[in-house]
Design a protein around this ligand. Structure first.
Ligand code: ATP
Length: 199
């Protein structure tokens, strides 16, 4: 699995539709200060479901929509399309190429689509969680964040690794199953009480 391309339309400084093609291996984005390098990384986090405006370096979620310049009026919507190569089947979906689309309108609300079919944020999160790209986004280490990763407590570090390895989902499922078992045990105890009374 690898990221094949990223298309930005009306996202932050990318007013016109802009597509970045990636190859396997390492990709470097270079450019002068303020040219939009970090905006590309923000777009990646955003299309994968990032919900925090601060993580996207904005005050509110609508700040991702192109706000206009002296020569160009603001836009009413932002859209990012991420294409992932899935020939190795790393994503649990029957397609060798997967596109994830997120659209946001200035009057509020986000829309998501997987391979062109409208879906929920949860569907995007579930699709990506097995690949190690979880909700906490530990796969994106922003400027200045490296320090906090290095200074993390052993528990926090374990959390990062569990998230990246996709263990967290199974831990949550285990906790849910244990709660159900507990409730069932309680019901059994009550049933036994009733049976004892009836005998
Ligand atoms: P540096 O090398 O300094 O870190 P960078 O290449 O990472 O810079 P970015 O932070 O990605 O640059 O881009 C900043 C630019 O994006 C600024 O010029 C800012 O005005 C512009 N920008 C951010 N949000 C929007 C928006 N909603 N609409 C229009 N332009 C925006």
């Amino acid at each position: 699995m690898y990221l094949k391309s990223l298309t930005l339309r009306g996202f932050k400084s990318f007013a016109s539709s802009t597509t970045l093609q990636f190859e396997t291996g390492i990709t470097c984005v270079v450019g002068p200060n303020g040219s939009g390098k970090s905006n590309v990384v923000d777009a990646l986090a955003w299309v994968m479901g990032e919900q925090g405006a601060k993580s996207l370096r904005g005050g509110k979620m609508e700040d991702v929509i192109f706000a206009g310049t002296s020569g160009r009026p603001p836009l009413g919507r932002a859209e990012v399309v991420l294409t992932i190569d899935n020939t190795d089947g790393a994503l649990p979906i029957e397609y060798t190429e997967v596109t994830i689309t997120r659209t946001m309108f200035r009057n509020g609300g986000s829309e998501y689509a997987i391979n062109g079919n409208t879906c929920r944020l949860l569907d995007v999160q579930e699709l990506l969680s097995d690949s190690g790209i979880g909700r906490e986004m530990h796969v994106i280490v922003g400027q200045g964040q490296l320090d906090s990763v290095l200074r993390a407590t052993p528990e926090e570090r374990r959390g990062f690794i569990e998230e990246a390895a996709g263990v967290l989902k199974h831990r949550k499922r285990k906790e849910k199953a244990l709660r159900k078992l507990d409730a069932t045990q309680g019901n059994l105890t009550r049933l036994n009480d009733v049976l004892t009374e009836l005998r």
